[in-house]
Every structure is written in structure tokens, then in C-alpha cells.
Design a protein around this ligand. Structure first.
Ligand SMILES: *Cc1c(COP(=O)(O)O)cnc(C)c1O
Length: 353
């Protein structure tokens, strides 16, 4: 059996839309896609439909993530991959996904849009993921299990051995989707290394965080080739705007990679500096250990702190609605100057308190 046998029958049987760019390539006089023969006033090449899965980008991302090109599907951010997975694997009204709150909200949103049931397997009190507790929540209806590592908004890493245990236990039953949006800040091994041994593992990567391209919307699903082929049937015909493809290629060329490595080092150093500094400031109860590019911080007065930061022009994320995070704000690591401004506002709250 293949993991794709778990997908919706009608999706497996689907004949995908065949776009002009897929049916024919090469040639110099392009009269097959009803495009304008002229370039717009600015933006050379933008009169042409983009390549659905640009070869150079697919190969570059495969090299970046240590897999083969056949294991890569590029789309509009990891958000699109989450949506495609839920739509391909979950029948409305029948199937379910497992999420481990407090975690990224898009998994449940995508499931709700599709009419799939959301089963919660909450993280432990220390926000670690208990594989046995999670497996105990899996019913025959579950097709996808989402694991976020480092987890947003708690920042902790889920060990590869835990993910492998879950994948082992769910072999032939469900696909384990590992969201590694912040992996570059953690330095721990990717779950993509499990693909050879486990056909029911899929990994989400993105250029939105470490690679500074949130505005370009470029995310990657890394999975077995048959899962990639399945999702290619339902992805939009031209998911990637040409300008985003060009920006992504620059971000992962030699200069781009070198710049990103330096920036990651700066952000990680700032994160560790703030992690020890913040608890010495008035009104700070503690800082959750984080392997991501943010710190989730407990405050005596989180709402007042939020307002004080906002009054200084600094916007952070109020994560108080999450279970176990009622007194928390999530603060992205900024430039050293930006971080100094945060520290300045928090230090000044001594007088206010
Ligand atoms: C930011 C983030 C993403 C990235 O989503 P994109 O659509 O690629 O921008 C994915 N997962 C988590 C947990 C995130 O925090």
C-alpha cells in the first residue's frame, strides 16, 4: 500500500487541469496561452504565465532541504500546503486531523474550512509533546497529525525520536505533517531525514521566516514523491508569481545563503541575550525557552505591558487566549536596535509599577 491510498478517492481519480504552460515548453513564439505578446510597462517577462513548478527553484529548494526534486512541492507559503493536505486527505463530515494546542492556528482553520473534525491532543504543562497521549487521541477517522517544531507560540522543539515514534505507530493509518517554519533558528535535524524510512511523514518548510521572504509567499512541502504528485493535481495551475520565484532564487543562491546564515546567527544571539536579560526586568515573570525567532514572555500585567509597548510604537503578539499562556506576550526578535527599544520600554515600567 501507498500512503496516498489514505487520500480521498475522488482526488486520487482526479484529472487535473492541464495548463498551457504544462502542455508545451520551449519555442520562441508563444501563441498557446492567450497572453499579451508585449511586456508591461515595467516587469520584463511578466506578460507570460510562470512555470507551475519552476525547475531551478524546485532543485534549489531540494538541495537546501537535503532531498530529491521529486520530494518537493513549492507553493504560496506553507499555508497553501496545509490547505492542500487537508483537502486531499480529509472527507468533509468524516475525517479528522489531530493538533496539539497551544499551536499554530492554521491547521484547525484549514480543517474547519474543509469540514474535517479537529481533535486536540494538548501539549503537556511544560509544552512538550507526549507521543503516547497524542496516539491515544487518534481515531480511525484521523488522516493527518500536525506537529509543529519549534512550536509556535511556545518555541520548544519536538525531538525527532518523538516524531519517529508517532510516525511508526501511525504507519498505514495517517500522515504526520511536521511544520518546521522555524527550523533554521533551532539547528536540530529536520524530519525530512525520516522520509526514507517513513512514507507517512511530510515536512513543511518556508522562506517566510529565516529567509526574509514573507511577502513573496514561498513555502515548500517535502514528502514522498507520490504525495507530491497527488497534491500537484489540486494546487492552483500557476501558484507562484514570477517576481516571487525570482526573489526566492536570489534568497537561496550563494550570496543569499551567506546573508541568511549571518542573520540567523544575529537573531539567535539576540534571542539568547534577551532570554537572560528579560527576567531581570520589572514585571517579567519568566521567559519560555525558545528555539525559534521569538520569545514568549510571562508578565505580571500582560495587557498593560502590551499597551505600553504599543504606545512606544512596538507591536507584539498577545497570545493570552492560548491555554497555559494567559499571562504571555510573544515578541519576535528584531534588529539589535529594535530589541533595545523593547528592553527600554520594559525597564521603564519600574516607575509605572
Ligand atoms: C509563520 C509560520 C508558517 C509560515 O507560513 P507561510 O505560509 O509559509 O508564510 C508556518 N507555520 C508556522 C507554525 C508559522 O508560525
Amino acid at each position: 500500500m501507498s500512503i496516498v491510498d489514505l487520500a480521498r478517492t475522488e482526488i486520487r481519480a482526479l484529472a487535473p487541469y492541464s495548463s498551457a504552460r504544462m502542455e508545451a515548453s520551449g519555442g520562441t513564439v508563444l501563441l498557446n496561452a492567450n497572453e499579451s505578446p508585449w511586456a508591461p510597462m515595467d516587469g520584463d517577462g511578466l506578460n507570460r504565465y510562470p512555470d507551475p513548478q519552476p525547475r531551478a527553484l524546485v532543485e534549489g529548494l531540494a538541495a537546501l532541504y537535503g532531498v530529491d526534486a521529486a520530494n518537493v512541492l513549492v507553493g504560496r507559503g506553507s499555508d497553501e500546503a496545509i490547505d492542500l493536505l487537508v483537502r486531499a486527505f480529509c472527507r468533509a463530515g468524516y475525517d479528522a486531523v489531530v493538533v496539539s494546542p497551544p499551536t499554530f492556528g492554521m491547521y484547525a482553520v484549514a480543517a474547519n474550512i474543509q469540514g474535517a473534525t479537529v481533535i486536540e491532543a494538548p501539549l503537556a504543562d511544560d509544552f512538550s509533546l507526549d507521543a503516547d497521549a497524542l496516539l491515544g487521541r487518534v481515531t480511525p477517522a484521523v488522516k493527518l497529525v500536525f506537529v509543529c517544531t519549534p512550536n509556535n507560540p511556545t518555541g520548544n522543539v519536538v525531538e525527532l525520536s518523538t516524531i519517529e515514534r508517532i510516525a511508526d505507530a501511525l504507519a498505514g493509518r495517517a500522515l504526520v505533517v511536521v511544520d518546521e517554519a522555524y527550523a533554521e533558528f533551532a539547528g536540530s535535524p529536520s524530519a525530512a531525514t525520516l522520509l526514507d524510512r517513513h512514507d507517512n511523514v511530510a515536512v513543511l518548510r518556508t522562506l517566510s521566516k529565516a529567509y526574509a521572504l514573507a511577502g513573496a509567499r514561498v513555502g515548500t512541502l517535502v514528502a514522498r514523491a507520490d504525495v507530491v504528485a497527488l497534491l500537484r493535481k489540486i494546487i492552483a495551475p500557476y501558484p507562484l508569481p514570477q517576481a516571487s520565484v525570482d526573489a526566492a532564487l536570489r534568497a537561496i543562491d550563494a550570496d543569499g545563503l551567506a546573508l541568511t546564515r549571518r542573520r540567523i546567527a544575529t537573531l539567535v544571539a539576540e534571542r539568547e541575550r534577551l532570554r537572560t536579560l528579560l527576567p531581570t526586568l520589572p514585571g517579567v515573570r519568566g521567559v519560555l525557552p525558545s528555539s525559534a525567532n521569538f520569545l514568549t514572555v510571562r508578565f505580571d500585567d500582560p495587557r498593560g505591558t502590551y499597551a505600553a509597548l504599543l504606545a512606544a510604537g512596538i507591536v507584539v503578539r498577545d497570545v493570552g487566549r492560548y491555554r497555559g499562556l494567559g499571562d504571555c506576550l510573544r515578541i519576535s526578535i528584531g534588529t539589535p536596535d529594535e530589541n533595545a527599544r523593547v528592553v527600554g520600554v520594559l525597564a521603564a515600567r519600574r516607575e509605572a509599577a
